[in-house]
Design a protein around this ligand. Sequence first.
Ligand SMILES: [Zn+2]
Ligand SMILES: [Zn+2]
Length: 367
Amino acid sequence: MRTDSTRISEVARNAAKKQIEEVYGKNYYENRYYKTKADSQDAHEGVRPTYVELTPDSIKSNLTNDQYKLYRLIYNRFIASQMANAVFDTMAVDIDAGEYNFKSNGQKLKFKGFMAVYVENEEEINQSLPELEVGEELKKEKLEPKQSFTEPPPRYTEASLVKTLEENGIGRPSTYSPTITTILERRYIEKEQKQLVPTELGRVVNNLLINSFEDIMNVDFTADIEKNFDDIAEGKEEWKEIIREFYKPFSVELEKAQKELEQVQLTEEVSDVPCDKCGRMMVVKYGRYGKFLACPGYPECKNTKPIIETIKEPCPKCGGKIQVRKSKKGRKFYICENNPNNGCDYISWNKPQKEKEAKTKKAKSKK
Ligand SMILES: [Zn+2]
Ligand SMILES: [Zn+2]
């Protein structure tokens, strides 16, 4: 399913108009046509509700919770996309205080427009200042000295990375997800919570590429080439010409890089596990199925071992170490190191500590 089109049929447009005018009033409708940058690749029509009369709440009782949430999201975004802009009064105030000058900004919602249906960030709506007049004297109620430091920009999440790619004209809706999957699979980035964090490998590869291929490792090049491809698709340009223009200087750079690129040795993460064949400390390697331990003596010693993660909490039955493992379906479970070989049978889906808490909670609520 393609969901990247902003185009909708006239039937849907008229239905939306009727619905909006009935529910919210005539001034809430705005006839909108969204321009797409590259028509050649997006879908025929955006995802939308088939019957706009069926508001999410009117059919809630027939839907599961997930179905309801999904339908509401699609419904509200569709309706909002056909509505008038919200109108804000904005106010910027300069306050003179002796030799200092304070600034403050505020805004007040004058007309809700599409925000009557769909608001991404509630806080955005009202950041109002009191009514003020030019020259009015203000009284100081409180002075709060506070030092703030410039914070580094937050790391990308999948959503914010896609937004940035979009803003810079890089890729297409159909390529955003494979792009992220690829750099994850190649371990150029890792996911921590929702954040995408570059790995050492990612940084090294990035620096090498930027140093050797200045002309193509930049945002402008990528956006330009997308435009060229569109021109080819629309028959405005000859593909051979464009490829030739690109390839000639590129092949020179490529040849140069092949000769001059330094061999990079990534520092390996050394574990605290000795190789049981030769005694060297094993190092962390990355394979298709994730991390594992390998002997640094390769190729003389080919010993490898899975990495066994353990947790701090001891086994509640025998006090042994608890190992974290994954089921065939990828779900984490916890098992005692002495299960089954040393006579302990502890195994659980939950961390031992948490399970204990859950039990005491249950016991309490019974009373
Ligand atoms: Zn070894
Ligand atoms: Zn045990």
